[in-house]
Design a protein around this ligand. Structure first.
Ligand code: IPM
Ligand code: MG
Length: 362
């Protein structure tokens, strides 16, 4: 009897349930092929959880995640919850999940697929060959620093405050993930900060520089975040692995994602110090196309592949999913976000069907 893996599914909001349905079908097919026992449980997060329970991350959801071998998340958020008080917003649920599971490292790969070069908004010669990994710190920095809040000053004026703070140990543990990731890639690490202005970035730079001694085989460079934003669209091929703080990583990973043509293609992994991780697409809940069977499920499917690879240590099954994604692209199937002339338009569930067909052949 093979091992049983418990997987918690968090479909969330917007297009979340549609793309999750495709990913689960795909997982069921590879599980059968590889004789893996996958046991799914679905839990509430984000707006869906607010509607059902009044809070964006019910205790039962966090508990279910903690009891599982891996978490597959789709997307959270929508216009109808944007004006709720902050502690009740869908985003707060996601941040609570990351913090509650101690997931301090977020790996966001951005590689351009030859099949999709023409879907990029940048010129072919700029993006052809782009293959980078953004390692984003996920449980610290300005997202979590104290004090935070909207306070009233002595003159009665309101003042909004967040605090960008990192301790040495927080920097060291993410820097280590950065160096180790670079080691598995092209041995080039670019640490992105704003050390010309921010003290917190100076400490960041000092610690990353100190750690470089332990990784003589990795070439370390530093870049200010404004320059990094410019370089990402000017000459993205210079990057291999980027390590950066929570907010800078949030921003730069969206830019990196878009180099590849569509943010709808990119998966991510959020990892901590145990094997339990959360795997989710980089894109959001796209409420404008929710329920219309138009969403691109491929980032969700590739997140399921990352779950198999990094969470469950099942690289063969992960490989098969990734190969089947390339196969459907080779065959010309495209959702709206990656459409180009001469290709075959499909919706979300039809993309699922051709994927399953391809999976049965790879
Ligand atoms: C992301 C998202 C989240 C973030 C939001 C939804 C809280 O933009 O995962 O990049 O800012 O981290
Ligand atoms: Mg983001």
């Amino acid at each position: 009897m093979s091992q049983t893996y418990r997987i918690t599914l968090l479909p969330g909001d917007g297009i979340g349930p549609e793309i999750m349905a495709v990913a689960v079908e795909v997982l069921n097919v590879v599980a059968k092929q590889d004789n893996l026992q996958l046991e799914f449980q679905t839990a509430l997060i984000g707006g869906a959880a607010i509607e059902a329970t009044g809070e964006p991350l019910p205790a039962a959801t966090l508990e279910a995640c903690k009891q599982s071998d891996g978490v597959l998340l789709a997307a959270i958020g929508g216009y109808q919850w944007d004006n709720l008080p902050r502690h009740l917003r869908p985003e707060t649920g996601l941040l609570g999940l990351r913090a509650g599971l101690g997931l301090f490292a977020n790996l966001r790969p951005a590689a351009i697929l030859p099949q999709l070069i023409d879907a990029s908004t940048l010129k072919r010669e700029v993006v052809e060959g782009v293959d980078m990994m953004v390692v984003r710190e996920l449980t610290g920095g300005v997202y979590f620093g104290e004090p935070k809040g909207i306070f009233t000053t002595e003159t009665g004026e309101k003042r909004g405050v967040n605090t960008m703070a990192y301790t040495e140990s927080e920097i060291d543990r993410i820097a280590k993930v950065g160096f180790e990731t670079a080691r598995k890639r092209k041995h080039k690490l670019c640490s992105v900060d704003k050390a010309n202005v921010l003290e917190v970035s100076q400490l960041w730079r000092d610690r990353v520089t100190a750690m470089a001694k332990d990784y003589p085989d990795v070439e370390l460079t530093h870049m200010y975040v404004d320059n990094a934003a410019m370089q990402l669209v000017r000459a993205p091929k210079q990057f291999d692995t980027i390590v950066t703080s929570n907010l800078f990583g949030d921003i730069l990973s969206d830019a990196a994602a878009m180099l590849t043509g569509s943010i709808g293609m990119l998966p991510s992994a959020s990892l901590g110090s145990t094997s339990l991780g959360v795997f989710e697409p980089v894109h959001g809940s796209a409420p404008d196309i929710a329920g219309q069977d138009q969403a691109n499920p491929l980032a969700q499917v590739l997140s399921a592949a990352m779950l198999l690879r990094y969470g469950l240590n099942q690289p063969a099954a992960a490989d098969r999913i990734e190969r089947s994604v390339l196969k459907v692209l080779d065959r010309g199937y495209r959702t709206g976000d990656i459409m180009s002339s001469g290709m075959i338009p499909v919706g979300c569930s039809a993309m699922g069907r051709v994927l399953i067909e391809a999976l049965e052949q790879v």
